[in-house]
Design a protein. Structure first.
Length: 291
């Protein structure tokens, strides 16, 4: 029986490292993935397969597709390499560094490391804006239903949408506290939802039960920082990309012309899509890729 990579459903770690790779030798891809399978447990390290890698292997993963580069007028996203994605989870940044080095070495014959993003848990699980993140996340069986495919050869696997959001802290700090609360739709002080928040408030733009069909995803986002810059590494797991795309369409005004107030102080600068295989007998199931 196939099961999900347990890191997808587990609580957020203290630290994380996201590795994105391009494919430089398709002929070595299968060998490298097989070697990675011996090292990746799906809990401390989660693996995602990008559409370019699946295509290079001659595999068709129903639902896996390239991430669009433009999602709204005036919003153009950088698309990082989408062949292979590794989410390293842990409590020790030094251990994450050395684990990353080992994984990069295993992948090196076929893949080139192109992007590294270090992330961390802020306070009890807040964005760097100070607001709690993932408040409306589904739990238990509802989380399984939102995040995991449940039929056919893909049962137990998941699709993940990633976006690296960069905050404009100067602009955010210049906002009055009530304007900040109205942009999010919650009070920062106690995380209570504001009944009278404007329609542009983020919680109203992304209320998962307000879509038809409902658009539930399992968020596993974490703050990132590099130098004096920082923001949120948005990570959303779903049984497909449909719920994520429905939310993003509404956020960018594509549904009713109202743009999410988040864009007043932050915006995504990169995005990518990946498929996260299930585990079979405790190892990553590469069967759908023909391996």
């Amino acid at each position: 029986m196939n099961t999900a990579q347990s890191g997808i459903l587990a609580a957020l770690p203290t630290h994380a490292r996201y590795l994105s790779f391009s494919l430089n030798d398709p002929g070595q891809a299968g060998t490298c993935l097989t070697a990675l399978r011996e090292t990746i447990d799906g809990e401390n390290t989660v693996i995602g397969i990008g559409p370019s890698l699946a295509a290079a292997l001659g595999a068709t993963i129903p639902g896996l597709k390239p991430c669009p580069s433009t999602t709204a007028p005036g919003l153009s996203l950088e698309l990082p390499p989408d062949a292979l994605w590794l989410w390293l989870r842990g409590d020790d940044r030094g251990e994450l560094l050395h684990r990353a080095r080992r994984l990069v070495s295993i992948a090196k014959p076929a893949f080139t490391l192109r992007e590294v993003v270090d992330a961390f848990k802020h306070r009890e699980g807040r964005d760097l804006s100070g607001y709690e993140d993932g408040t409306e996340n589904p739990e238990g069986e509802a989380a399984d239903a939102a995040a995991l495919a449940n039929t056919g050869a893909l049962a137990g696997s998941s699709f993940v949408a990633t976006q690296r959001w960069q905050h404009d802290f100067g602009r955010f700090d210049a906002m009055a506290s009530d304007a900040q609360d109205n942009a999010i739709g919650r009070r920062q002080s106690d995380n209570e939802e504001l009944d009278d928040a404007p329609e542009s408030a983020h919680v109203k733009r992304t209320a998962q039960e307000s879509f038809a069909p409902e658009a539930f995803v399992l968020r596993r986002s974490m703050p990132w920082a590099e130098g004096m810059a920082g923001g949120l590494m948005f990570v959303a797991f779903g049984r497909s990309f449909d719920a994520f795309e429905a939310q993003l369409k509404r956020m960018t005004g594509g549904e009713d012309g109202i743009v999410d107030a988040l864009f007043g102080f932050t915006r995504p600068v990169s995005a990518a899509y990946f498929w996260c295989p299930a585990l079979r007998d405790g190892r990553v199931d590469l069967g759908p890729l023909g391996l």
